[in-house]
Design a protein around this ligand. Structure first.
Ligand code: HH2
Length: 271
């Protein structure tokens, strides 16, 4: 938690043509930089820069292409701001280039399992790492997710990946965990994980939760909202995550999330 007693807010900058919400809006580096500036103005504590969509059915992106998307944007933000910058990538070569350009965190949806080189590289880079749970792989993960006990399985996986990272030389205090909402999870799994987030927090690492505008929202709410109509559900999920004691929420809507979290924190402190 930050000094003002609310989770940190990680603002999303997708430098992609096909991300499920903001795809195509910030593919041009100037547009991505303008968006990053706006999120900083709105109160973002961390920026997460991604060059490959992981939405179900997304086309994979080559290493050179992904690096060419994210590195100039990271370098341009770093040239004018000291804000912590995360790079959202499964590829070690992209993480290496991103950290050289000024990124301070490697956000890996494969929990450093995407390449045999990932664990050792994370240790070498010395940056913070986000280890996220995913069942299956992005192309097919939402087809038929199945768990006997989703909370136990996600906790077991995250604890094992944290052990693997530490065994490879990643410092314990650099490790974050993320349940990976939307990555092989039904709406029911999402609700259970949000409800029992305390179990992940209890593993003893900072926890990041990304629920922003995801497709579980209309399934939970019983509506037909498209991604641009899911702000209300996104705020509800961010507030629930905050109550469970997460360290940060990963969101598209920084101003609205900062405001919602600030009001909830003030209510919590009122006499
Ligand atoms: N969600 C997305 C991407 N990266 N990383 C973490 N740690 N946690 C998440 O929940 C998470 C993530 C998907 O959201 P978005 O980046 O907006 O979409 P896309 O993958 O289509 O670019």
């Amino acid at each position: 938690m930050s000094a003002n007693d609310r989770p940190l807010v990680m603002g999303i900058v997708n430098v992609t043509p096909d991300s499920f919400f903001d795809g195509g809006q910030h593919l041009d580096p100037e547009a991505a930089l303008a968006h990053a500036r706006r999120l900083i103005d709105e109160g973002a504590d961390i920026l997460d820069i991604g060059g490959e969509s992981t939405r179900p059915g997304a086309e994979p992106v080559g290493e050179d292409e992904e690096r060419a998307r994210v590195v100039p944007v990271i370098a341009a933000i770093r040239a004018e701001s000291a804000i912590p910058i995360s790079v959202d990538t499964m590829k070690p070569a992209v993480a290496r280039a991103a950290v050289a350009a000024g990124a301070t965190m490697w956000n890996d949806v494969t929990a450093l399992g995407g390449s045999p080189l990932s664990l050792a590289l994370a240790a070498e880079l010395g940056c913070e790492v986000v280890l996220m749970h995913m069942q299956g792989e992005p192309r097919t993960m939402q087809a038929a997710p199945r768990y006997d006990d989703v909370v136990a399985e996600v906790c077991g996986f995250l604890a094992a990946r944290a052990e693997a990272a530490m065994a490879a030389g990643v410092a314990r205090e650099r490790i974050w965990l993320d349940p990976g909402l939307g990555f092989g999870k039904t709406a029911e799994h999402t609700l259970t994980l949000i409800r029992r987030l305390d179990r992940i927090v209890d593993l003893g690492f900072p926890v990041l939760v990304g629920a922003s505008r995801k497709s579980a929202i209309p399934r939970i709410a019983g509506d037909r909202s498209s991604a641009d109509q899911r702000l209300g559900g996104s705020l509800a999920l961010a507030l629930a995550a905050a109550r469970a004691g997460v360290e940060a929420v990963r969101v598209h809507d920084v101003a609205e999330t900062v405001q919602a979290l600030a009001v909830a924190a003030a209510i919590g402190q009122a006499r």
